[in-house]
Design a protein around this ligand. Structure first.
Ligand SMILES: NCc1[nH]cc(CCC(=O)O)c1CC(=O)O
Length: 308
């Protein structure tokens, strides 16, 4: 293996390619004689386009084939949207680094420019995320929520064709594709708490690959790392994946941060929310504590009912 080359494994979607290119740029800026190559790998999630994500119920749907390439040493690192990466990674792999977090909130994209507060029960709002669905139904139980799949461009086209009046997407995804002009409204966490790790680009690497560890150390963003340590510990302890209505976000104030998390029933009628304050030294424990707090309030029962 040429020690001046680093091969990035990524999905071929426009968003994934943007993220891989961003990583390549950061690597090239820090290591001028490193040759960075991008390898596109197709995943099962790219092939199944007609089933709601929450119904496939398969962790690592968008990551498994890429992780196998990492383990086979066909590639050296893999770039993902962190929110698509399960909290437990396959044996032999680890989270190597994260890039500075971008916009972490969700965005409303509506066909005629109306904001969320201007939408009425007759309007159809598309999202395939149970987290977004629960939060919308909590705001108005009569909203008509429908599923939608496909990449960002496909979704925008579906809306134009009449599939829905509005939809919710991660603002970061739209921004990365330079589609921010479609954003009608950025939704603050008091309206919709984002997904764990939303807006974070992650680099997965092999355990015990010291050459890669040395490289990744230089591009890792520490503050983002601390935030996602807390958020992923929360998600792991609550035992939520992308198949359950769970979310959290972290705000920093100097050395301290506050993590706010929620667990809800799919219809939004049960909605538990709480927060914890932590420091960078105990980020993991803080996230875990928040999950335990919500479990005491009944989070486990809410989630067990959804999984039934
Ligand atoms: N689940 C798909 C996915 N994974 C990452 C992003 C956007 C980028 C990010 O959140 O980091 C999206 C699109 C969306 O949720 O609208």
């Amino acid at each position: 293996m040429d020690k001046n080359t680093i091969r990035i494994g990524t999905r071929g979607s426009q968003l994934a390619l943007y993220q891989a290119e961003r990583t390549k740029k950061e690597l090239s800026e820090k290591f001028s004689n490193l040759s960075v190559e991008i390898e596109i790998i197709k995943t099962r999630g790219d092939k199944i386009l007609d089933v709601a994500l929450s119904k496939i119920g398969d962790k690592g749907l968008f990551t498994k084939e890429i992780e196998n390439a990492l383990l086979d040493e066909t590639v050296d690192i893999a770039v993902h949207s962190l929110k698509d990466l399960p909290t437990v990674l396959p044996e032999g792999l680890k989270l190597g680094a994260v890039l500075e977090r971008g916009e972490y909130r969700d965005a409303l994209v509506s066909k005629d420019g109306r904001k969320l507060s201007e939408l009425t029960p007759g309007d159809t709002i598309a999202t395939s995320s149970l987290r977004r669905k629960a939060a919308l139904l909590k705001i108005n139980k009569n909203f008509n929520i429908v599923d939608i799949r496909g990449n960002v461009n496909t979704r925008l086209r579906k809306m134009e064709e009449g599939h829905c009046d509005a939809m919710i997407m991660a603002a970061a995804g739209l921004q990365r594709l330079e589609l921010d002009n479609y954003i009608t409204e950025i939704l603050d966490p008091d309206v919709l708490i984002p997904a764990t790790s939303q807006g974070v680009i992650a680099i997965e690497s092999r355990e015990n690959d010291t050459r890669i560890d040395e490289i990744l150390k230089k591009i890792n963003h520490n503050k983002t790392w601390n935030a996602i340590e807390a958020e992923r510990a929360f998600l792991h302890t609550i035992e939520g994946g992308c198949q359950v209505p769970v979310g959290c976000f972290t705000r920093f104030e100097k050395e301290k941060f506050t993590i706010t998390g929620f667990v809800a029933s799919v219809d939004g009628t049960q909605f538990l929310i709480d927060e914890e304050i932590g420091t960078v030294e105990n980020a993991h424990e803080t996230g875990k504590r928040l999950a335990q707090k919500l479990r005491k309030k009944g989070a486990a029962e809410i989630l067990a009912n959804i999984r039934k």
